[in-house]
Design a protein around this ligand. Structure first.
Ligand SMILES: Nc1nc2c(ncn2[C@@H]2O[C@H](COP(=O)(O)OP(=O)(O)OP(=O)(O)O)[C@@H](O)[C@H]2O)c(=O)[nH]1
Ligand SMILES: [Mg+2]
Length: 437
């Protein structure tokens, strides 16, 4: 299902740095996409060469920009970079118009798209952390204009409180409140996950991760044959973790869609979305989706590195499959080059090429290889050494010691498979029988 892009929500001047490298070019392009994804229309692009610590722009460029702002009615400014709180407020005062920096824009997009309560609260918390210091500076400014700010006497303000103290206390209280609510919701999510695992212990759990717009939701919908996840060319279309399942003969496969990654995101934002990704920690397989139709090989590697670094940090243990997506847009020569590139950079992962829009069978076949191991019932005459050996090299699920000893286990290490267990039993002269259950 393709979501329609809505009417523009407002007009803005976009400030972008002069691109010196290919990488800057990519960041500028991505910034334009972010603005588009939040439904703002850019009426003017303004270039910036140096980052002035006080005003972002040099004094002469500041005058130039001010005259543009004055000519355009009802316009605001989006800065394609991170502004310090001080720069933000100084610039706002000089230009007398609303300024939104890159991180605020991302937060705004997140706020627009969040669906679940947990995602909404996470955004409120991130907004509080990022915008709080800016609000505080604005307040300090108002107070200094009123001329009274230097005096910190209790009761001076008529209310009996210093407004700055009141502001700080309010922010602290709100943060504690939001964190409490988040903790409750997180616990509920963990309980749900445990319940799912308990009821479906022989299922496969798959989590789809990747750069924003790589085609994660399209893949989830295709695998589960639903339109559960919204698909759109906008960045950050998905913000909430969606879980759906499908059956492969007798095997149930749970699939999770996740928030997309983007380069240059502030740590506090990544932190606040970590819990959405935590759902993936329990996954048996992580599908790392890559937009194979990117304009260059460099861009593919660059975006993939952003994803892999986050995956390495949050879920280092899980099995991974690289899914090269959108291959319907590639010639066979391009496809070869891109597959080889992935194999060269990530030799340890399996690479699967698909078009999530046309055919996802190769992904299903790759997932199938991770079928949970078979279970075996072993009955044997009491022998402690044999028992320890089985405990060391298999996952024992049940044991009983009445008369003959018995245990149900699954093989954990392929190198110590069923044959190794049998050999050990024979070597120890244990009478035993083992069969699949
Ligand atoms: N041609 C082609 N387009 C695709 C394919 N898969 C996805 N797309 C398009 O790519 C765009 C992004 O797809 P999504 O599935 O929304 O991507 P996503 O990774 O979930 O994006 P976010 O949720 O924003 O992070 C949409 O316009 C899809 O129609 C594919 O296999 N081929
Ligand atoms: Mg999505």
């Amino acid at each position: 299902m393709e979501a329609e892009l809505a009417e523009p929500r407002g007009e803005c001047i976009l400030i972008l740095p002069y691109p010196d490298t290919k990488h800057d070019l990519f960041l500028n392009k991505e910034m334009r996409m972010l603005v588009k994804s939040s439904n703002y229309r850019v009426v003017e692009e303004f270039r910036l060469r140096i980052n002035n610590p006080k005003y972002l722009l040099s004094p002469s460029r500041l005058i130039e920009l001010k005259s543009i702002v004055e000519k355009l009615a009802d316009v605001f400014i989006i800065v394609g970079a991170h502004l310090s709180a001080k720069q933000h407020i100084n610039l706002e005062k000089k230009l007398e118009c609303l300024i939104i920096d890159k991180f605020e824009l991302v937060l705004e997009i997140f706020a627009l798209r969040a669906m679940t309560e947990e995602a909404k609260i996470q955004i409120q918390l991130a907004q509080l952390k990022y915008e709080g210091p800016r609000e505080r500076l604005r307040l300090m400014d108002r107070l200094s204009v009123e001329g009274a700010w230097h005096t910190e006497r209790a009761g001076f303000w008529g209310t009996g409180e210093n407004p700055l103290h009141e502001f700080d206390a309010g922010a602290k209280k709100r943060e504690a409140h939001l964190k409490g609510k988040l903790a409750d919701l997180k616990q509920k999510r963990i309980d749900r996950r445990l319940n799912r695992k308990r009821h479906h212990h022989d299922s496969v759990y798959v989590s789809i991760v990747g750069y924003t717009s790589a085609g994660k939701s399209t893949l989830l919908n295709a695998l589960t044959n639903t339109d559960a996840s919204s698909v759109s060319p906008r960045l950050f279309e998905t913000l909430d973790t969606r879980i759906r399942s499908f059956k492969l003969e007798d095997l149930k496969i749970f699939v999770t869609d996740t928030v997309g990654f983007i380069e240059d995101l502030p740590t506090f934002l990544i932190d606040s979305f970590r819990s959405t990704l935590e759902e993936s920690i329990a996954a048996d397989i992580i599908l790392i989706v890559i937009d194979g139709s990117e304009s260059s090989l460099d861009l593919i590697v660059q975006k993939l590195n952003v994803t892999v670094n986050t995956v390495n940090e949050i879920m280092p243990q899980n099995n991974r499959i690289l899914v090269l997506n959108k291959i319907d847009l590639l010639s066979s020569e391009q496809l070869d080059k891109r597959e080889n590139l992935l194999k060269k950079h990530f030799p340890e992962y399996e690479v699967v090429s698909v078009s999530a829009e046309k055919n996802v069978q190769p992904v299903i076949r790759a997932i199938e290889k991770f079928r949970p191991p078979k279970k075996y019932l072993l009955k044997y005459n009491p022998n402690h050494v044999f028992r320890s050996f089985c405990h060391e090299f298999t996952t024992v699920e049940e044991e009983s010691f009445e008369g003959q000893w018995s245990m149900t286990f699954s093989i954990r290490k392929p190198t110590y498979g069923l044959e190794a267990i049998k050999r050990k039993g024979e070597a120890l002269n244990v009478t035993f029988e083992v069969r699949e259950v």
